[in-house]
Design a protein. Structure first.
Length: 497
């Protein structure tokens, strides 16, 4: 029987791509291993037709992986029905994941009949599968796609819960000290952490409890990039009620091509190719990042007044972010005509990997999603940090204050970034000595990331250690989990009823 590793990603493009890149990396070290990716079936919950589902970017991406890397196979779980409606996205996916647990259990049993299942690697958001793996005595590792800094925040959450009896949202902008990180305002903590009376808070607190009972953390980062946070986790400073599972930093893992399978986007093959070297500012805010019409107009004015060349990805304002935007209605009158010689506005999506790699791009205004951060580091493109949601404000704090790989935009009290502020930061990034310093630092970090992945580098060694655990040891027994259950007991988690 061949050795197999099962990967269980969350159904989002960034999560899936990172997990598949992990699979590719494992195959480079162990070509004989079988990589099986469990895919949650989201067709029913999105009310997507079969034809549209088949034509979706995710489906196209999976097809391209199958064609180029046949050792990675995809096991599509059967659809579930009767998923309860809820206003909370976190609660919804928690319920959805729990409904899928019997199907995950069956899939793992089926795989075990024909392969030696060495480990289950689950996404942070697929935590519901932890108990399934424990019942089957399968070692479980969490693949954390958001970097070591936000992992440190998350692991320290039970300690913060025990220390404070008020919600962080009621503590205004009090600074919080978390091992391995600069002091962070409470408003910059991930939103689920801010209200201790919310169900999302309870869910993620329990997830933190599961994580510290796991066999380890696999993190898409590298030692040089997040050394302080990595050391804090490794030294046990973030988990106060028991031993910390080992952390394996195996990044930077980024895709070599875009998810849509079409690299010849018009912004590449006719516009960027005609721009001077490092002259273009790229503005892109992830697959779900969007702005109000008011904010889009402010951004347009700021870009126009900056006088800089720009490539800007514009999505429709919420709630219809997947509807193609009508640029003439959303942007200031005459903006497209006035900036046509130095600007290019793309509707909905652009091939970010290829854009950042392009020689004409000299700056990146980003939401600080971790995949975007790693892609910018990999290509040595300096950033303006404009976080929107999730752990992105934490990433911004580290990028700006500690690593100095990005400049920060200041947000007004009404949550808007003014045209003058964007103009100032774009000009600062492209023209000032501060921008030059950021460019030099991120170029050095690019080289450090490349070295980390080479033989003898920190990430290469981490993956070798992980591989030794998987392929030279047998699966752990259920007693392993029961032992950890006692070691990592956290009475504060049981406060929720």
């Amino acid at each position: 029987m061949e050795d197999a590793i099962v990967l269980y990603p969350f159904p989002g493009s960034g999560h899936l791509i990172s997990m598949v890149e992990l699979g590719k990396l494992l195959l480079k070290h162990h070509p004989a291993v079988s990589i099986i990716v469990l895919m949650l079936n989201t067709q029913n919950i999105h009310s997507t037709s079969a034809a549209r589902y088949a034509a979706s970017p995710t489906t196209q991406y999976i097809a391209s992986v199958k064609a180029t890397t046949p050792s990675i196979t995809f096991h599509h779980l059967p659809p579930v029905s009767d998923v309860p409606c809820t206003s909370s996205t976190v609660e919804f996916f928690s319920l959805f994941s729990n409904l899928n647990n019997p199907k995950v259990h069956q899939a793992l049993q089926t795989i075990s009949q024909t392969a030696k299942l060495k480990a289950l690697v689950i996404d942070f958001f697929c935590d519901a599968a932890f108990d399934v793996a424990a019942n089957l005595s399968i070692p479980t590792y969490y693949f954390y796609t958001a970097g070591a800094s936000s992992l440190a925040v998350f692991l320290y959450w039970p300690a913060l819960h025990k220390r404070f009896d008020k919600s962080f949202k009621d503590l205004k902008d009090m600074l919080i000290d978390i091992p391995g990180l600069p002091s962070i305002p409470t408003s910059h903590l991930p939103e689920p952490m801010r209200d201790r009376n919310a169900k999302d808070y309870e869910h993620f607190l329990l997830t933190a409890g599961h994580m510290i009972k796991s066999s380890g953390f696999i993190v898409n980062t590298f030692e040089q990039l997040e050394k302080k946070a990595i050391n804090a986790i490794s030294d046990g400073l973030c988990v106060l009620d028991g031993p910390t599972p080992p952390i394996f930093c195996i990044g930077p893992l980024t895709s070599d091509s875009n998810q849509h399978g079409n690299d010849q986007h018009e912004c590449l093959n006719y516009w960027l190719d005609s721009q001077p070297r490092q002259s273009v500012v790229f503005l892109c805010f992830g697959s779900v990042g969007s702005f109000s019409e008011k904010q889009l107009k402010e951004m347009a004015i700021g870009l126009e007044n900056s006088g800089k060349r720009f490539l800007w990805v514009v999505r429709n304002p919420p709630p219809e972010i997947d509807v193609e935007p009508k640029l003439d209605e959303l942007l200031p009158e005459g903006f497209l005509e006035r900036t046509k010689d130095r600007g290019f506005v793309v509707k909905q999506w652009a091939p970010q990997v290829e854009v950042l790699r392009h020689d004409s791009v000299g700056g990146f205004v980003s939401h600080c999603g971790w995949n975007s951060v790693l892609e910018a580091v990999r290509e040595g493109v300096p950033m303006v940090a404009w976080p929107l949601y999730a752990e992105q404000p934490v990433n911004k704090e580290v990028l700006v204050k500690e690593l100095k790989l990005a400049l920060e935009v200041n947000v007004s009290e009404d949550g808007c970034v003014t045209a003058a502020e964007l103009e100032k930061r774009v000009s600062e990034l492209m023209d000032s000595s501060a921008g030059k310093d950021v460019r030099e630092r991120i170029s050095a970090m690019r080289d450090a990331g490349s070295t980390a992945m080479k033989e003898g580098g920190s990430s290469h060694l981490a993956l070798s250690k992980l591989s030794e655990l998987w392929f030279r040891k047998t699966c752990q027994s259920r007693q392993h989990y029961e032992k950890h259950e006692a070691s990592y007991s956290m009475p504060e988690v049981t406060l929720f009823t």
